[in-house]
Design a protein around this ligand. Sequence first.
Ligand code: ATP
Length: 360
Amino acid sequence: MSANNAFHIAVLGGDGIGPEVMAPALEVLRKIEATTDLRFRFTEAPAGAGHYKETGKSMPDSTIRLCEEADAILLGACGLPSVRYPDNTEIAPQIELRMIFDLYAGVRPARLIPGVASSIVGADQKGIDLVVIRESTEGLFASMGKGVATENEARETMVITRRTSERLFEFSFRLAERRKARGRVGGGLTCVDKANVFKAFAFFREIFDETAKRHPDVRADHLYIDATAAMLVKRPWDFDVMVTENMFGDILSDLTAGLIGGMGMAPSADIGDRYAVFQPCHGTAPDIMGQGKANPTAMILSAAMMLNWLADKHDLESAAEAGERIGRAVDKVYAGGIKPFEFGGRNGTADIANAVLAAL
Ligand code: ATP
């Protein structure tokens, strides 16, 4: 769209609870529109297992064209365990979009919202506020669709490139710098790898160290993936920003989502040099679809991340303020005692959505 404050948003609801959590996120954005100078045009488009079942394709070319033209992409969740390609893998347009649009930085913040119980003893006192940055275009996922399996053996190949790693680490250091500038004390950037065993990770670490020299103001360190897993469940408050390979990040970001209450609390963004997709960390949760039980918080917070990204990209203070306003509204709702089904409460999608809209 032409005006600096008007944005065309591609909306891909996807499968399962995807459309159920997308609807409240769009309502929140419409409320933002009604109370700020920001303007949104939403264009919905198909993608996912449902579309594959009907057409044999994970998404039509028109969806890819729309994503190309839009200012940002909102995605619900895609894929269903019951719908599979002939090789038994699931339909995953979300992974294809990362590859098509070169969205190398998967940003997965995990902040424990006051009022939400964490399974980690002491977290209510010490807090959890960390970000996992998952490289999202290569690593082990570079092998997607290219693995070779015979009767007696299967192989998948991990790929780490200098070009992507350099951009990934630059992005990560800049994020750590911004968090420091906003008042984060004692933070820094941790490279999570397995450099003691694999050449690919030694290479990854080498590039991290080179990039660190250009950012002396950020404390930079390394940790092996196995040690990280242990430390995260013991002292998650010690972490600030972490950067890692695609497969490790896939697992770590689910772990960190678990630390802050559950998948329904964890937003995410897949960011490249030009394009970005915003979607919750969770999948399509077929076990609860159609029951009104899905927690829309992660999707709503992903929409807030989209506003922050648009603010940076277009130098638009009102979008940054709107993103923060959504965050404050969500905090207020949880401080007020709302408790999603997801963690044993009685509040479903509509209750949570209405409470956030009221708090805005
Ligand atoms: P994927 O591989 O597509 O990421 P997954 O296997 O990690 O999917 P999810 O769909 O993310 O699985 O969900 C795991 C479980 O967590 C679900 O079965 C559901 O019970 C719960 N869950 C996930 N998202 C939500 C949500 N927004 N609200 C409530 N519960 C959720």
